[in-house]
Design a protein around this ligand. Structure first.
Ligand code: ZN
Ligand code: CU
Length: 487
């Protein structure tokens, strides 16, 4: 093929390249799933041309925090992500991964949120990644192994610390996951399956991370009263293992902790001088997780997202349900379990301070389950671009894009993605900076975003003019990719 005859050309757009550099006008050419040229490409011809006049052309967004582990197999079009411009998802967060599991086990919450039916379970991490390769979804996937999953598959009783024998078994499974290509290990000591895990248990289980410099990523033990202690534990684990750490969905919950991001962020920044630390955040003042009954979680407004015993209550206020049933809020919550809920428990000032913190990446933490999910599942990225960058003016658009592309690729060690440059994988989003916004709301949480014109994954046009093309061109991104490309 003549090198000026390319597969796809995006003409007349303004490039924001994902490095925080100022935007510039250029055409972008794609050949064989890679970016072949950027510049004035007037002399080029292409099989397919997209006119991007008046539009931004950026690297596809990387969702640093997802629970899409099973969704990439069961909902492979991944419209809830692709429609936002997301081309890569990082799975296996909060201690929850789709592998390794056993077919003969019950999945305790929050593992149940994965919706992993017994027949479709993977007993090794390799089997999971092989399944993703055999049946690609519309997005690239980088996956981590979850410590709560390891506990559930190993320990008969989760209400205690693991013994030496169990730690050895879990460590072997982390080793297997590392060999298969997992990019790290996550914990969720906030959640019942892992609250009894000690710091030492996590360090010992995580030993295989060290030689690979794989990531330690955590939904910390406490994001409320004990947030500083939790940060210290997180950093200690990172130091003991000698690996980079990621503080997931940094937040301060419950009224008495509002404003404490003024203390946590400087502490994180100070620690960054001595060890490798990063963090992510979703752009909402409500969180979402399994239905819980503890007071702290029930203080604010609670919206039920899904309930196995009472599916008809999805989308309704817990207060209303409790009144209707004539019971206290915690009793109503108990009756609705297992399920998931949305908790209004953060302060908007903290959310904005954390989002605006230079090193904060954008991660949705969306849970792709049920009819009434948290709107972050469909709205996170356009909400940062439209609401927080353009309308609120928290940071320039170049910074917003960097927080969802270049910064994330750097922190997660994702090679060849996150920056729009020659030779990179052709993961591209084209959007209208003037109109881009999230349409998903708490009432109507599954509405696709507005202003996303086209989304290209490894060179394949996957989303165009508000519709999915049917392309499923996602790849599995493993920690071994680096070695393979060097070889
Ligand atoms: Zn979490
Ligand atoms: Cu999460």
């Amino acid at each position: 093929m003549n090198d000026k005859n390319v597969d796809l050309i995006i003409r007349g757009g303004t490039v924001i390249d994902g490095t925080k550099a100022p935007r510039y006008d250029a055409d972008v050419a794609v050949v064989d799933g890679r970016i072949a040229a950027i510049g004035d490409l007037a002399g080029y011809t292409a099989r397919e041309t997209i006119d991007a006049t008046g539009r931004i052309v950026a690297p596809g967004f990387i969702d640093s925090h997802t629970h899409d582990d099973m969704a990439v197999l069961s909902q492979p079009d991944m419209s809830f992500k692709v429609s936002q411009g997301v081309t890569t998802v990082v799975g296996g967060n909060c201690g929850i991964s789709a592998a390794p599991l056993r077919r003969d086990m019950e999945l305790p919450m929050p593992l149940g949120l994965l919706e992993a039916p017994a027949e479709g379970r993977f007993t090794s991490f390799k089997a999971y990644l092989d399944a993703l390769r055999a049946a690609p979804s519309s997005v690239n996937v980088a996956a981590m192994v979850g410590h709560s999953t390891l506990r559930a598959v190993t320990m008969p009783d989760l209400d205690r610390a693991a013994n030496e024998d169990e730690i050895a078994k879990m460590r072997d499974m982390v080793e297997e996951a590392m060999q298969a290509g997992a990019i790290g290990m996550s914990t969720g000591t906030f959640y019942p399956p892992a609250t009894a895990a000690t710091t030492q248990e996590i360090i010992e289980v995580g030993r295989p991370l060290t030689s690979r410099k794989a990531l330690y990523v955590t939904h910390m033990r406490d994001e409320g009263d004990k947030v500083m202690e939790s940060l210290e534990e997180t950093f200690l684990i990172g130091r003991e293992l000698g690996v980079p750490v990621v503080v997931s969905h940094h937040k301060l919950q419950n009224t008495q902790n509002f404003g404490r991001s003024k203390v946590t962020l400087p502490f994180i920044q100070e620690t960054m001088k001595h060890q490798c630390v990063s963090l992510d955040c979703y752009p909402y003042d409500a969180g979402s997780t399994m239905i819980r009954t503890d007071r702290g979680m029930l203080d604010g407004r609670v919206l039920i997202a899904s309930s196995q015993p009472h599916p008809e209550m999805a989308g309704r206020d817990l207060d209303e349900i409790a009144a209707e049933w004539g019971v206290a809020k915690d009793e109503a919550a108990r009756r609705l379990q297992p399920g998931s809920a949305i908790y209004f428990m953060m302060d908007e000032n903290d959310v904005q301070r954390i989002l605006a913190f230079d090193e904060t990446m954008i991660g949705s933490d969306g849970v792709p389950v049920g009819e009434k999910p948290h709107p972050r599942l469909w709205g996170t990225f356009p909400r940062v671009l439209g609401h927080y960058s353009r309308d609120v003016g928290l940071f320039p658009l170049e910074t917003a894009v960097w927080k969802m592309t270049g910064l994330t690729a750097r922190n997660f060690g994702i090679e060849g993605r996150g920056t729009l440059k020659q030779g990179a994988h052709a993961d591209i989003v084209i959007f209208d900076a003037a109109t881009v916004h999230d349409a998903a709301s708490y009432q109507s949480p599954t509405l696709p975003a507005k202003g996303i014109d086209a989304v290209i994954v490894n060179g394949a046009v996957t989303w165009r003019a508000g519709a999915h093309s049917g392309a499923r061109n996602g790849q599995v991104i493993t920690r071994n990719d680096k070695k393979e490309t060097l070889a």
